[in-house]
Ligand binder design. Structure first.
Ligand code: NAD
Ligand code: MG
Length: 392
């Protein structure tokens, strides 16, 4: 039986992963499941799958988890150190689906045991791409992308000579606000931003889709994972979310990856890799779809895309600053401290302030330096939010 651990098991990607495991009883043995505040879900899944250990990220949830799993053989633990320890338990395949930079340290530990890391946590690559890729190489581990666009690119590149690739294109649905004017965007509410027209995802990535910060992070993710140059990577608006990504070759061929918007395809591809097996994904009926639409993104409406390109050019610690400032700005928007379009302003301010931090020109930056930078960028973003409010 293959040993599986899922970090962020209670979230949208985590639950989709468990759905796939449930469909093939007897094939998988669950080692670790982790979650946050959703103790009922975590305990129910740990029981159902007979997990070795269940970990909540939060100390205050420990007693609830312990009593929910009393009388079972499931071990319980809490906190960030326990998450890292759980990632060190031997497993063949580990899903990294925690949201945010909190997913980085467990992901690195998982790579250190030479496992296959199915990477949904894009923040890891944005924050510490070179470190993550170097760790995988050093320990003979494999990273498989689970973000739908990156899974699509990965699939499109199988068997191809990467030097014959001219460009790659990732698509963006435009999230909740496609077709909105700048004025409308400035007044966008949390409730409006947290509803996605096509994909059913966690709240944070849904809002990031509306602001295009999700696609901005995916641009950086593409560069870090595949190693393409900044100007080889394009974003194309595609409201139907059926074409996930395209690979353009030097001979003019453009290969597209199409499929229903169901994350179980990308998760299942990573789970079954290097084979392909049947998945519970609706086949695409293109005759019924009828037409597919594409447009260039409007830079004026989506400053996040420009910022991402600046980060890609800068390299070094810029990704860690960008991600942390974005996470803090998003917290601010969710808490009602700042408006929807202010998020990009906060991130830009912090990027400018921190562009001369030492380490900006280094290749593989160690985790402690990254954590320090992440911490400082969150403080700077908090200050930028306060400054905005004082001005307003
Ligand atoms: P979600 O909000 O639904 O779930 C997040 C999970 O992380 C939960 O289990 C939560 O308990 C846990 N978590 C939250 N904060 C934590 C912390 N500080 N420490 C430890 N655990 C914590 O998120 P999601 O939509 O499943 O997304 C997970 C990751 O996958 C994100 O990085 C997201 O960008 C990426 N992703 C998601 C989708 C999708 O369809 N949902 C698609 C592509 C990529
Ligand atoms: Mg994506």
């Amino acid at each position: 039986m293959r040993k599986i651990s899922i970090f962020g098991a209670t979230g949208s990607v985590g639950q989709n992963t468990l759905d796939l495991l449930r469909r093939r009883p007897g094939e998988y043995q669950v080692v670790a499941l982790t979650g946050g505040h959703n103790i009922d879900q975590l305990a129910a899944d740990a029981r159902e799958f007979g997990a070795e250990i269940a970990v909540t990220a939060h100390g205050e949830c420990f007693e609830a988890l312990k009593s929910a799993l009393a009388g079972t053989s499931v071990e319980v633990a809490c906190g960030s150190e326990a998450l890292i320890a759980a990632a060190g338990r031997p497993a063949d395949w580990i899903m990294s689906a925690i949201v945010g930079a909190a997913g980085l340290a467990p992901g690195l530990t998982a790579l250190e045991q030479g496992s296959v890391l199915a990477l949904a946590n894009k923040e890891s690559l944005v924050t510490a791409g070179p470190l993550l890729m170097a760790t995988a190489k050093r320990f003979g581990a494999t990273i498989l992308p689970v973000d739908s666009e990156h899974s699509a690119l990965f699939q499109g590149l199988i068997g191809e000579d990467i030097s014959t690739v001219d460009r790659v294109i990732i698509t963006a649905s435009g999230g909740a606000f496609r077709g909105w004017s700048l004025e409308q965007l400035q007044g966008a509410t949390l409730q409006q931003a947290a509803t996605h027209p096509n994909w059913d995802m966690g709240q944070r990535i849904t809002i990031d889709s509306a602001s295009m910060f999700n696609k901005a992070m995916e641009l950086i993710e593409t560069k870090e994972f595949f190693g393409f140059d900044t100007d080889q990577i394009e974003v194309l608006l595609h409201p139907e979310s059926l074409v996930h990504a395209l690979v353009g070759f030097k001979d003019g061929a453009l290969m597209a990856h199409l499929g229903s918007h169901d994350m179980r395809h990308a998760i299942g591809f990573a789970l079954n890799w290097p084979k392909r097996r049947e998945l519970p994904v609706e086949p695409l009926d293109l005759a019924r779809v009828g037409s597919l639409n594409f447009a260039a993104p409007d830079g004026g409406l989506y400053p996040a895309l420009r910022l991402a390109r600046e980060v890609m050019q800068a390299g070094g610690l810029a990704g860690a600053v960008f991600n942390a400032a974005k996470e803090r700005a998003l917290d601010g928007f969710i808490a009602g401290e700042i408006g929807f379009m202010d998020m990009a302003g906060v991130v830009e301010t912090v990027l400018t302030q921190m562009s001369s931090e030492p380490g900006h020109n280094e290749g593989v930056i160690p985790l402690d330096k990254i954590a320090q930078t992440d911490h400082l960028a969150r403080i700077r973003a908090g200050e930028a939010i306060t400054a905005l409010n004082n001005k307003g």
